[in-house]
Design a protein around this ligand. Structure first.
Ligand code: SAM
Ligand code: SF4
Length: 445
């Protein structure tokens, strides 16, 4: 039996794709291993959103080859594979095969080609019509939480972003299939599902089957109500695209306890000039209106975001606008990225004229401001009771388990291992800028 080691970089979509690649391999009698040294086949599922992620791939291939010469088969999957295609073989001749983002269902065929003596094998083709979206129990990243893709690809073409090129156009999965999938997950004991996609709220299936009984201003808010009706205990969704964020999403959350109180809404910048250059499709005023609606909910919805600093032509005054935006929105968390030019995107034709030093300084300033805002938000949880899905053992000294709240905050807690997989009431006794600490106080389900 051949052993396969699979390493995943990047977003939840990649984690979810890797779960399905592992499921196929397992069903075809390959053994998945977490030990790269003993593996016959090493696979990298790659990310191309920033240059750093792409470089990591070349470093890792170099490490594997240095340790094991040419004994192993090395395959590259995912976004870098899709974008670079056969040119990857020239960049790194020790790669045996390349499988694009939609070809991952044909992983076994690719391995067999190489085992049969073919070199430089590439498949960048479309998904097979009978592609299986489900994941076997053994290959899930968690026993209690499942990622459920609802939309693939992206049509937005923000000027800095490579995703529309690496993932293709938006394709929404049929609602009836999504709902059936979630009903099955619930029966298997899954407590929480994450509806995932580059822009979940741009969801627009070809047919309404499965949504007929559910009202809503958009297909996505109808889907949210339909998924809520399955009775699964927790539903999270990410990422939401600001321009398509209809206020009905907040209404759906208000109406359904099992729609979690967390929205991830990447703003990218506080400056209208930069938002226009990024071609985001929203102004900062539109964005604030959506934030006002989210904050008006009595569910105390937590709000997280992505921000890029140092985009071409970002002046000190544009950056000041981003600081003001941060103060207005009071995000529970923010992923801050330094702008990284991606070849083939419109922004890569603009002059990358914010110096590395300025990027570093703006990054630190924004991060400090966010940390200070965030610390205050986390402090409001002190002595409060929250409901936590205990996901795993805690790596923190003095704590037994870790999990997340409905509002997606990490909580370390004291409690027995039997609580893993349970939703427990926890009283918070300590709050840091990114993490809550508490003890179990009573009920669990
Ligand atoms: N679709 C989501 C949206 O538009 O809100 C985001 C998906 S993207 C894979 C994740 C994040 O990566 C983006 O929100 C953006 O902040 C960041 N990102 C994308 N391209 C980037 C680039 N060229 N340089 C720096 N950060 C980038
Ligand atoms: Fe990239 Fe923009 Fe699409 Fe998000 S919406 S994936 S940032 S192009």
């Amino acid at each position: 039996m051949k052993k396969v080691y699979l390493e995943t970089f990047g977003c939840q979509m990649n984690v979810s794709d890797s779960e399905r690649v592992s499921t196929v391999l397992e069903s075809e009698n390959f053994e998945l291993t977490s030990d790269e040294h003993s593996a016959d086949i090493v696979l990298f599922n790659t990310c191309s959103v920033r240059e750093k992620a792409e470089h990591k791939l070349y470093t890792r291939i170099g490490e594997v080859r240095a340790q094991h010469s040419n004994k192993k088969i090395v395959g590259v999957l995912g976004c870098v594979a899709q974008l670079e295609g056969e040119t990857l073989f020239d960049k790194n001749p020790s790669i045996d095969f390349v499988l694009g983002t939609k070809a991952s269902g044909r992983i076994v065929q690719a391995i067999e080609k190489v085992l049969g003596g073919e070199s430089r094998f590439a498949d960048l083709g479309e998904r097979d019509p009978d592609y299986l979206w489900s994941v076997s129990q053994t290959q899930k990243h968690s026993r209690h939480i499942s990622f459920v893709p609802i939309i693939e690809g992206c049509n937005k073409f923000c000027t800095y972003c490579i995703v529309p090129f690496s993932r293709g156009r938006e394709i929404s999965l049929p609602a009836a299939e999504i709902i059936r999938h979630i009903q099955n997950l619930r029966r298997e004991g899954v407590r929480e599902v994450h509806l995932i996609g580059q822009n979940v709220n741009s969801y627009r299936p070809k047919r309404l089957e499965g949504l007929e009984e559910f009202r809503g201003a958009t297909h996505f808010s109808r889907l949210l109500r339909a998924v809520a009706a399955t009775g699964i205990e927790r539903i999270k969704f990410t990422t939401s695209f600001p321009r398509d964020f209809h206020t009905d999403i907040v209404e759906a959350i208000n109406e359904n306890e099992n729609l979690c109180n967390w929205v991830h809404l990447p703003v990218q910048s506080g400056s209208n000039k930069i938002l226009r250059l990024m071609r985001r499709g929203h102004s900062i005023e539109n964005y604030f209106q959506r934030i006002d609606k989210i904050k008006s909910s009595n569910r105390n919805i937590s709000l997280t975001t992505d921000i890029i600093i140092g985009f071409p032509d970002e002046t000190e005054s544009d950056f000041e606008d981003s600081l003001k935006m941060l103060d207005y929105c009071q995000f529970d968390s923010a992923y801050i990225f330094k702008y990284s030019p991606r070849s083939g995107t419109p922004a890569s034709q603009m002059t990358d004229n914010v110096s590395a030093g300025e990027k570093k300084q703006r990054f630190t300033e924004l991060e400090n401001r966010q940390r200070s805002n965030q610390t205050k938000i986390f402090q409001t949880f002190l002595n409060k009771q929250v409901s936590v899905l205990a996901e795993n053992y805690s790596g923190k000294e003095g704590f037994d388990l870790s999990g997340r709240t409905s509002c997606h905050k990490v909580v370390h807690l004291k409690g027995s291992p039997e609580l893993i997989g349970k939703i427990v009431d926890v009283k918070i006794f300590e709050a840091k800028s990114n993490t809550l600490y508490g003890k179990v106080v009573g009920n669990f389900i």
